[in-house]
Design a protein around this ligand. Sequence first.
Ligand code: F0G
Length: 364
Amino acid sequence: MDTHTRYTGLIEHYRDRLPVSETTRLISLGEGNTPLIQLQNIPRLIGKDVDIYVKFEGLNPTGSFKDRGMTMAVTKAVEAGSQAIICASTGNTSAAAAAYAVRAGIKAFVLIPEGKIALGKLAQTLMYGAKIIQINGNFDAGMALVKEVADHAPVTIVNSINPFRLEGQKTAAFEIVDELGTAPDYHCLPVGNAGNITAYWKGYSEYSTDTATHKAVTDKRPVMCGYQAAGAAPFVAGKMVDNPETIATAIRIGHPQSWDLAWNVQKQSNGWFDSQTDQQILAAQKMLSQYEGIFCEPASATSLAGALQDIASGKIPEGSRIVCTLTGNGIKDPDTAIAQCKDAVPVTIDASLDAVKKAILDNI
Ligand code: F0G
């Protein structure tokens, strides 16, 4: 008997916990099953007895966690007969929507804020061949337009207000529980629209709920910690923010779409929201690269930046097991990465053995 099982994506893997039937055509690129990496050097560096893991979602097919939601949303859109999808995006959703639309053979329209999406995300979305509509406005303005236009054109919205997105994204929590054997004590996430924090909570909750069809995998759920960029922190302000600004363009959002859902997560999990300055976010991004060999995009590092602050203050106590989601790959935003490494400009030397030898010996 063939004992090998090919991993073909998260819908197939968690089929019995997702809204698909035997006849549903699955639109998949093999997403999910991302590594949960235990940090080794940073806990030592900060001198705290904490067990920190990062869930590296940047290793999904289009380089972000959006693929989890998009496989599900596009699968259901196609099942319902949709010929076109649409989203507003700060970049990652547009890349994922574009890729899964190609896979399905349908059209993708994406609204992006002009000049405010990272270069890699633009390159991807162009290559996948989506119809890109740039607007003179931010994500929030784009989102409002997408909701309006969907009433006037035959397009399915695939932003996280589409409930199938959260269904797909909840599987990240399943994977963590499957790997650790239980939920962590704390789960830290960057928050923009707050769809992802909502999805993780749904995932942890479903794994801890004994239903007629599913037995409980764990009865533990983590404290959920949502971190925002200081210039785009409506959950910290307690109200919508009209002109959000941050270098972490992925989470440059002032009017989160999952407002009520995320407040429920905070209450039910005894968690909290907090913010990090751009400097703290970039410092955490660099720290992950330079001490652990993990390159995530700026917005993603907000989860670790927040965790480190709350570990330092004791709000997250020593002895805790913490998971930080790294939502996107660092390669998505080369401009911000290169600008951060101004002091490490590559040296240019003669193409000779002596010159190379000297360059090594001077630096060893
Ligand atoms: N991290 C990254 C890298 C993101 O791209 C996003 C959202 C988030 C975190 C926040 O997740 O919205 O569920 O709270 N990006 C969306 C986009 C807005 O259009 O790509 P959230």
